[in-house]
Structures are given as C-alpha cells and as structure tokens.
Design a protein around this ligand. Structure first.
Ligand code: PLP
Length: 393
C-alpha cells in the first residue's frame, strides 16, 4: 500500500489513511501491545530518540506502531499535519492548556463547554496561575476586549454542549490571531465529517475520541491535531504526565474510524428527522438543533458545516422531576451520559454533564431543569420518533 498523499476524499482516508501493510500482509496496522521496541544498534536507537528517524521506541511516549498509525489516520481525517492520541478527551484538553500556558497566562473560553472542561479551566488551572475569562456564545463581540497581552488561547466547542449554539470559527480565529492568541476548537460534537476547523483558521483541534470517532460507546480516548510545530510542543506533556492512549484502544479506534463517514452521515439524517418531529410537539418549549431553519445558528452552520450533526437538545414543558419522569418513560432510548455512539442516548445535563456547575452559572448559560440532550444513534428514525412520542405523552 502506498503512503497516503492526503488528497483523497474523507471516506477513503478513513479506511486507508495512515495504514501500512505489515510483513504478514495484514491490510491494516496490527495491534502491537508491546511496551518497548528493540534496535539493531545504538545508533539506530539514538536516531529515533533524537528525532532523526521516525520509529518505535516506548509506548508511553506514543512511539508504538499501532498508536502512530491511528495518529497518521486522524491527522489526514482532520486535515492537519500531525496528531497525538490520549487516554481520554480530558487528557487531550489538559495537555493543550498545560503545554501552551504558563503561570500568569490567560485563556478565553467562548460559549458553553463540556462540564469537565469548564471545571478544568475554572477550578483546576487557576491553581497553576492560569486564568480563564468565560464569554457566552452570543457575546462574541466582547472577544476582542477580553483578550489581553497574556491571552494564549481562545477555546470553544461548536456546536456547543448542551445548547447547540454555533460559533463562527473563521471570525473567532481572526480576532484571536490579531491578538497573538491561538484558536483551539473542540470538534467532538460536529466530528470531522461535518466540520473542519483547521481549514477555517483554527490552530488546534481536539476531540473526545470516546464519542463519534470511537462511535460504539466502547472506548475512551482523546486526540489533538494541528501543525507539526504546534503539536510537537504538547509531546513532552503527554509523555511526562503519562497520558498516551493504550495500543489496544488505538487499534479499536482505528477500526471504528473506517466507518466514520457512513455512521455520521446517517446520524445527521436521523437527527434531522427527530428534530423536525420534536419541533412540532406541544410538550416541547424549544428545540436546539442547527439543522432546523428556525434555529439561530442555522445560517452559520449551513456555511461552516457539511452536516448538522447527531446532537439535539430540547426544553420539555416541566420541572426537573417531570422531565426526569418523561426521560424515564423512554424504552428504546437509553438514559446515559456520553454521545456519538450507534445507540441513541438521552441525558438531562443537570444530572450529568453539567451537574457540578453552580446553579447561578447554569442559569447564566440557560441550562434549565427541563433541558434534555439527545445523542442520536443509528436505529431506525421512525422507531426513535415512536419512542419519543410515547414518552412525551
Ligand atoms: N469534549 C466534549 C465536547 C465532551 O462532550 C466530552 C465528554 O463528554 C469531553 C470533551 C471529554 O471527553 P472524555 O470523556 O473522553 O474525557
């Protein structure tokens, strides 16, 4: 198999990108669970240690054939020069912040973010002198004023979790660049099938690979993708904090990525059908889905995304208990946190992803008691709608 030239289409890259046929003729890179790799000479070892040759050395360093193969594939899929895989999405996020920021540095976080990311920025990183200004998604006009001489990163998700706001990647990156800050996009919700932040001007993209990239709710991982020089700054942090992805997870992730385009395109289609049904239901106050023309983010999403994604949130006409009772009536849709898998999941953000947010912060972000988030899977859309209809009553 020839190495990929990076000009093939996404569906082809998902299958063949980064793969090398091995000596036994395996079509995809096999699982090397080995922790260390041997050399014919000290010089050959030093060539890898000192970066003159690419090669395998020690798995915690990420220098393992299975890990390197999935990284090549992910870099091609996101359109970046290099990728690093991690043991979780939060490991990827924390490595970015620690690698890019020193004590006294500043981050601007735009829009809703995953509760764990919020906690990392609001509670953990200030212990090391790294502070964050949080802007709401619609406060983008305040971004230029929030950037200081010490702002290193502008960080956001789009669409956002859980309110599905759409943030303008190109416009945000432009403002950040003028101030000398890097733009980091958590592309987990959109997936590389629906959105390419690097092509729109972002400097780094991260994912919780646990979600669409893994796609089957059976692995935990993270990835950071970007220009080689930038990604290289994160390597020592991953190495010394011991955050690399395990080879068996990398193998499973690589297998999942081969079906990424097929899965996500069907999830887009199913989500559109479910969102259109929810938008007509009398017990629903509001549906947040960028694929609905009534959604405030629709026009921007139509410009910067190739598909509207599989994530929906809606506000049920009821308090926390009535909303929980409605969710409990679901039969096919499972009650679970997480997203991006083949099975449809429902969660009330106040009970899971945003449970630990102070009530005032939740209120500021519109994370209300009746809010329900759906991760739409690959079941038949008609069956999903029937289940939601009976639960809504
Ligand atoms: N980013 C987003 C958008 C998420 O939804 C999550 C987890 O739900 C994370 C990051 C963290 O990923 P992980 O659970 O793999 O650490």
């Amino acid at each position: 198999m020839q190495p990929d030239n990076g000009r093939r289409s996404l569906a082809t890259l998902c299958i063949h990108g980064g793969e090398e046929m091995d000596a036994q003729g395996a079509l995809h890179t096999p699982l090397y669970n080995h922790s260390t790799f041997g050399f014919r000479s000290t010089q050959a070892l030093l060539d890898v240690v000192e970066g003159r040759t690419e090669g395998n050395l020690y798995t915690r360093y990420g220098l393992n054939p299975t890990i390197r193969a999935v990284e090549r594939k992910l870099a091609l899929i996101e359109g970046g020069e290099a990728a690093l895989v991690f043991g979780s999405g939060m490991a990827a996020a924390s490595a970015i912040f620690l690698a890019q920021c020193a004590s006294g540095d500043h981050v601007v976080c735009v829009g809703d973010v995953y509760g764990g990311t919020f906690e990392l920025l609001a509670t953990n990183l200030p212990k090391f002198g790294i502070t964050t200004t949080f802007l709401l998604g619609h406060e983008i006009e305040r971004l230029a004023g929030a950037l200081t001489a010490r702002t290193r990163l502008v960080f956001f998700e789009t669409p956002t979790n859980p309110n599905m706001e759409v943030i303008d990647i190109a416009a945000t990156a432009k403002i950040a660049r003028v101030a000398g800050a890097l733009t980091v996009v958590d592309n987990t919700f959109a997936s590389p099938v629906n959105q390419s932040p690097l092509a729109l001007g972002a400097d780094l993209v991260m994912h919780s690979a646990t979600k669409y990239l893994g796609g089957h709710s059976d692995l935990t991982g993270g990835v950071v993708i970007g220009a080689q020089a930038l990604v290289r700054t994160i390597v020592p942090w991953r190495k010394n904090l011991g955050q690399a992805m395990a080879p068996d997870v990398a193998f499973l992730l690589s297998r999942s990525l081969r079906t990424l385009t097929v899965r996500v395109r069907q999830q887009n289609e199913n989500a559109q059908a479910v969102a259109e049904f929810l938008a007509t239901h009398p017990k629903i106050v509001k549906v947040n889905y960028p694929g609905l023309p009534s959604s405030p983010g629709h026009a921007l999403a139509a410009r910067q995304m190739r598909g509207f994604g599989g994530m929906i949130s809606f506000v049920y006409d009821g308090d926390a208990a009535a909303t929980a009772a409605m969710v409990d009536r679901l039969r096919l849709v499972a009650i679970a946190p997480s997203l991006g898998g083949v099975e449809t999941l429902a969660t009330q953000p106040i009970t899971t992803t945003h449970h630990d947010l102070a009530p005032a912060e939740r209120a500021r972000r519109g994370i209300v008691d009746g809010l329900v988030r759906l991760s739409i899977g690959l079941e038949d859309a008609g069956d999903l709608i029937a289940d939601l209809r009976q639960a809504l009553g």
